[in-house]
Design a protein around this ligand. Structure first.
Ligand code: NAD
Ligand code: IPM
Ligand code: MN
Length: 365
């Protein structure tokens, strides 16, 4: 029997609610494939600040590093918003990503036929959209120095950050993006702001260089402002998108709405070696936290990505994805994806329905 260890990081807000659902779905799908998962739950974000005084306790990082994969809910909340940077939940998440070296963040945005009516875009625009955003995750303005607060020459308060990319950081994310595009429809759009930013000029140059190793992939370049517009004008023009940390953050939230809800979108963050980090793209949703209203499907689908990309367990991943589709087919909807004629359910009930679907699938082993 195959055994893996999975670190669970529920975090804050709706994090614990969606992780609880995803954990049950993950264990059932794995066990039906003859896989034993050993879970270890650790603190991160605001929960860790309150209990341990820091957003990423050393023990959390070391347990995560030693495990086979990490599943995170979400971090953050009003309570910690005015903390200094070192004591913000978001800093814990950034340190976790950096500490695991997970520089490649895959954020698929797929419009499921069941949810076309939940999209804010017209049916003919949304139907069939299938985009993979490859976001650079451990560099750029999130991590660049110098950064901080200070005074300008007029004695006025300033805040400043630095967008910086080394050639090697661009090359490695470009390779992941070309490999990804190659396995999809063979088209890669690199998004930057090379008309204004030096970091983007280098980005475009390096991506263009790497392209020569992938003659089967068709590369195009687009400025971020145009890309944001094109994404809602005609999202079907995109196959794979590769972009920097901050543009990828923004574009993936925008792309999520095409699919119906940010509550549906999973992600996988991978490095050169070591465990991957799997998390929904949404945050801790403090406005609905503790009310059993959160859509757990982004986290459930992140668990499927954990099985596929983190553990190489394709069959178990498919079980989860099929169960999600079946649950949607039966008409179950959380509030964020609800439309008339469907069955409105909460987070826990949605989880129970997915579990039933996983359970009723024909065994493959
Ligand atoms: P958010 O993603 O938490 O919420 C944005 C909106 O989407 C809210 O109205 C929320 O209710 C809704 N929403 C999000 N996830 C949902 C789900 N699963 N089901 C139903 N509705 C959902 O973004 P925000 O409000 O800008 O940020 C809130 C906090 O989360 C902040 O502290 C932020 O820093 C943090 N955050 C964390 C992560 C992460 O942990 N990876 C990601 C984004 C934001
Ligand atoms: C995300 C979030 C994070 C990011 C924040 C919470 C640091 O928005 O995972 O998309 O910007 O990467
Ligand atoms: Mn984000």
């Amino acid at each position: 029997k195959k055994r893996y260890s999975v670190t669970l990081l529920p975090g804050d807000g709706i994090g614990p609610e969606v992780i609880s659902v995803a954990k049950d779905v993950l264990s059932l799908a794995a066990s039906l494939e003859g896989i034993a998962l050993q879970f270890e739950e650790m603190r991160v974000g605001g929960a860790a600040i309150d209990a341990d005084g820091v957003p990423l306790p050393e023990e959390t990082l070391s347990v995560a590093r030693q495990s086979d994969a990490v599943l995170l809910g979400a971090i953050g909340g009003y309570k910690w918003d005015s903390n200094v940077r070192e004591l913000k939940p978001e800093t814990g998440l950034l340190k976790l990503r950096a500490g695991l070296g997970v520089f490649a963040n895959l954020r698929p945005a797929t419009v499921l036929p069941q949810l076309v009516d939940s999209s804010t875009l017209k049916r003919e625009v949304a139907e069939g959209v299938d985009i993979m955003v490859v976001r650079e995750l451990t560099g750029g303005i999130y991590f660049g120095n110098p950064r901080g607060f200070g005074k300008n020459d007029n004695g006025e308060d300033i805040g400043f950050n630095t967008e910086v990319y080394a050639a090697s950081e661009i090359d490695r994310i470009a390779h992941i993006a070309f490999e990804t595009a190659r396995k999809r429809r063979g088209r890669l759009c690199s998004v930057d702001k090379a008309n204004v930013l030096e970091a983007s000029v280098l980005w475009r140059k390096r991506v263009t260089n790497v392209a020569s190793e992938y003659p089967d992939v068709q590369l195009s370049h687009m400025y971020i402002d145009n890309a944001a517009m094109q994404l809602v004008r005609d999202p079907k023009q995109f196959d794979t998108i590769v972009t920097n940390n901050i543009f990828g953050d923004i574009l993936s939230d925008e792309a999520s709405m095409i699919t119906g809800s940010i509550g549906m979108l999973p992600s996988a963050s991978l490095g050169e070696s070591g465990p991957g980090l799997f998390e929904p793209i949404h945050g801790s949703a403090p406005d609905i936290a503790g009310q059993d209203k959160a859509n757990p499907l982004a986290t459930v689908l992140s668990a499927a990505m954990l099985l596929r990309y983190g553990l190489g367990e394709e069959n178990a991943a498919k079980r989860i994805e099929n169960a999600v589709l079946e649950t949607l087919d039966k008409g179950f909807r959380t509030g964020d994806i609800f439309s008339t004629g469907k069955v409105l359910v909460g987070c826990r009930r949605m989880g129970e329905e997915v579990l039933k679907s996983v359970d009723s699938q024909i065994p493959t082993t």
